[in-house]
Design a protein around this ligand. Structure first.
Ligand code: BDP
Length: 712
């Protein structure tokens, strides 16, 4: 009976994420048990307690026997975790932890008083907690615990989730249910999920979270909500996570009773200083503000004829005495439509390079338009050598099929981080801009570094809306820790931790994940096309979208299809956006013969019979790629079907069902896009290509007033 009950509560609904801690296979367990017989871990501080509890829980679950708790090493196989200050054993070992900083750790096989032991040592408690998660990961991924000698330290300082959560529980661009923050019941009810959220983030090294939407509500800064935020900060603190808030630029008017929010107005500056003081009285380790200003209708300094630097610096000055940071977004839209939306952020920000305070980070999306399935790297990377730039990735799949499409974002992140800006010769990668190393000599001394991910987390049991979307949260965290890590290696460890170490499962699933993003590019926006989704909700294809308030919110603005060809000419003969890149890159992107084919229509307007690398004319190549994307999804379905016996029925069934939805929608994207573009190309479908299932009028008539996640 007890056994049955235990089984019933172990439902495989995805709630445990990659921290399932289910027994590892017998052979490994036997070998590993001898390396985890005893746990020597202090619990004098909340962070120490968190590390100790995680190890006890994890080792007990994975190995089937909980290690004995001890104050010192009494037998072979002890695991010792802590810092020189928290652990006498570690103090005696005299380990070299100089390069580890506050958050790094080392894991090493050592001998203590004649006993074999594994030590997880750090300079600060939080490093020891990160090391504890790493040690568990070794077990979870089936690695040996013999002769360990590992050292890790994060390459980026602020590794932050951005929640686009509104106070009413709606998550903008969220596809995993309502917000996990139950503002109404806070501060009193501290849902246990908050602790699990913190554990999951700490397991990846995420150390900050912005709780509210960038399209923000000034009420978040009122005393009532600050008290609620403080309660969350209390829950997160033992896991090394600081809270941040999106600050509405016009808050001094809306909740402060002032008549202006002009950043140079002394009363406004005073108001923000007082507000910062009040926040830090409530939350002593508050992280700072994230700001979306003068973008998509949000208020900002330009409303008063001031610059982004004026606005950011005012907030920076208010936070500086408390050690807070301003993350000022570069995702801007001026009131006037620019000649090319892709150029706008660069045009507005580069002139202010070097004018931002030391505690400001400019937060830049990976590409210049908007989290599209594929974009070339943002031209701001490398172009502001005196300003720390923070990466902003989107984890939630607003433009990538919402929750049901299996699209692993690791390859997208890796591609963006590995992109070579060439500003200081070959090897000037975006990763090196983000970690501060490329411009170490010109950046402010007091600089910080950061990476943000727009969260895909909601109140769904599985947190992310689908099992495979958990991998996107996971890979974001791992890449924020080390922007040079490999998407494939991370997929491999995630699959092992989340599903199984069975080689016959891991191999095909990793393979399937690795190609999934390219497949989405193929069935949605091949060859450099972009911004072709349905209006407003962004669900499904909408290449025909035109008219409305601004041209740069339409699809026709971006694809520019006509009888003579397709694509946005951003070369010297067009908007010349290429000139915002370093000359070597500009030359390549600007030359229709040399541009990487995946960006062809991003940078060039070419005729329908343009010869592509495959030898096919452009129209045929376009159709070929649309079909290839759909075929990949069919292949994923087949692969997954074949793995039925290797995974629990519950998760297998949901993934299988979602892949079915993905196939239908991929087909829809292909068919609708082909039906539409054919009206311009006027060309027949290449031989063997199936015609769209419906007429163009049919696709254009589809309406989705209740698609999830819409902005409001
Ligand atoms: C766009 C989203 C919109 C966000 C905006 C942003 O559609 O909901 O508010 O980005 O990043 O992609 O501010």
């Amino acid at each position: 009976m007890l056994g049955l009950l235990a089984f019933a509560v172990q439902a495989e609904d995805g709630h445990d994420l990659w921290m399932r801690y289910v027994p590892i296979d017998a052979a490994n367990a036997a070998a590993s048990r001898s390396h985890a017989t005893e746990l020597v871990a202090a619990d004098a501080t909340p962070v120490q307690s968190a590390a100790r509890a995680e190890l006890a829980r994890g080792l007990g679950g994975l190995l089937g026997v909980a290690p004995a708790m001890s104050d010192t090493v009494t037998r072979d196989g002890a695991v010792v975790v802590g810092t020189r200050a928290s652990s006498r054993v570690i103090a005696r070992l005299r380990l070299d932890t100089r390069q580890l900083g506050a958050e790094g750790y080392l894991i090493r096989s050592v001998r203590v008083d004649g006993h074999a032991a594994t030590v997880i040592a750090a300079n600060e408690d939080i490093g020891a907690l990160y090391g504890a998660f790493h040690f568990l990961r070794l077990l979870q991924t089936g690695q040996s615990l013999e002769n360990l000698d590992l050292r890790e330290a994060p390459r980026v300082k602020l590794r932050v989730l951005n929640h686009w959560d509104n106070l009413d529980g709606h998550v903008e661009r969220g596809y995993a249910g309502a917000s996990i923050w139950d503002w109404h019941k806070l501060p009193d009810w501290r849902d246990p999920r908050y602790t699990d959220y913190a554990r999951a983030n700490a397991s990846l090294g995420i150390n900050g979270t912005v709780l509210n939407n960038v399209n923000s509500n000034a009420l978040s800064l009122t005393p009532m909500y600050l008290e609620k935020t403080a309660a969350l900060a209390d829950v997160f603190r033992p896991y090394g996570i600081r809270v941040y808030l999106s600050a509405r630029f016009s808050a001094p008017i809306e909740i402060g009773g002032l008549e202006t929010a002009d950043p140079l107005d002394p009363a406004v500056r005073r108001w923000w200083k007082d507000k910062a003081d009040e926040i830090y009285r409530t939350i002593p380790d508050f992280g700072g503000f994230l700001v979306k200003a003068n973008s998509e209708g949000q208020p900002g300094p330009q409303d008063y004829g001031r610059t982004h630097a004026d606005g950011a610096n005012m907030l920076a000055d208010a936070l500086a005495p408390h050690g807070g940071t301003v993350m000022w977004r570069a995702f801007v839209y001026s009131h006037e439509e620019p000649d090319d939306r892709a150029k706008q952020a660069y045009t507005e920000f580069v002139p202010h390079d070097g004018r931002f305070r030391g505690n400001v980070l400019v937060q830049v999306k990976n590409g210049a338009i908007d989290f599209q399935p594929r974009e070339p790297f943002h031209p701001l990377f490398g172009a502001m050598p005196k300003t720390p730039l923070m990466m902003e990735f989107q984890i939630t799949k607003e433009y990538l099929g919402f929750a049901t499409h299996l699209v692993y974002l690791g390859p997208l992140y890796e591609e963006a981080l590995k992109a070579d800006t060439r500003v200081r010769g070959p090897g000037s990668t975006v990763a090196k801009v983000i970690d501060g190393s490329l411009h170490g000599d010109t950046l402010p001394k007091s600089r910080t570094t950061g990476m943000a991910g727009v969260a895909n987390i909601g109140a769904d049991r599985n947190w992310s809306g689908s099992h495979f979307d958990q991998a996107n949260w996971y890979v974001f965290g791992r890449m924020a820790w080390n922007p040079e890590s490999s998407a494939r290696a991370i997929a491999d460890e995630w699959v092992r931790m989340t599903f199984s170490n069975d080689a016959a499962f891991v191999g095909p699933v990793v393979e399937m994940m690795m190609g999934s993003r390219e497949a989405a590019v193929d069935y949605m926006t091949p060859l450099g096309l972009h911004h072709l989704m349905g209006r407003g909700h962004h669900y499904g294809p909408g290449p025909w979208v035109e008219g409305g308030p601004r041209a740069d919110w339409t699809s026709v603005y971006y694809h520019r299809a006509s009888r003579d060809g397709i694509g946005f000419d951003r070369s010297a003969t067009g908007s010349n956006a290429v000139a915002q890149y370093a000359p070597a890159v500009a030359d390549e992107f600007g030359d229709v013969e040399r541009v990487p084919e995946e960006f062809l229509l991003w940078f060039h307007h070419v005729p329908w019979d343009h010869r592509t690398a495959s030898g096919r004319p452009l129209w045929d190549e376009l159709v070929h790629r649309y079909t290839r994307g759909v075929d990949y999804v069919k292949k994923m379905r087949g692969t997954w079907q074949g793995l039925e016996s290797r995974v629990d029925a519950e998760r297998h069934a949901q993934v299988a069902s979602f892949l079915g939805i993905q196939e239908k929608e991929a087909q829809w994207w292909r068919d609708a896009s082909i039906a539409y573009f054919q009206t311009f190309s006027g060309r027949p479908l290449p031989e063997g290509e199936a015609p769209p299932a419906h007429s163009l009028e049919y696709y254009e008539s589809l309406q989705f007033p209740y698609a999830p996640g819409d902005g409001k």
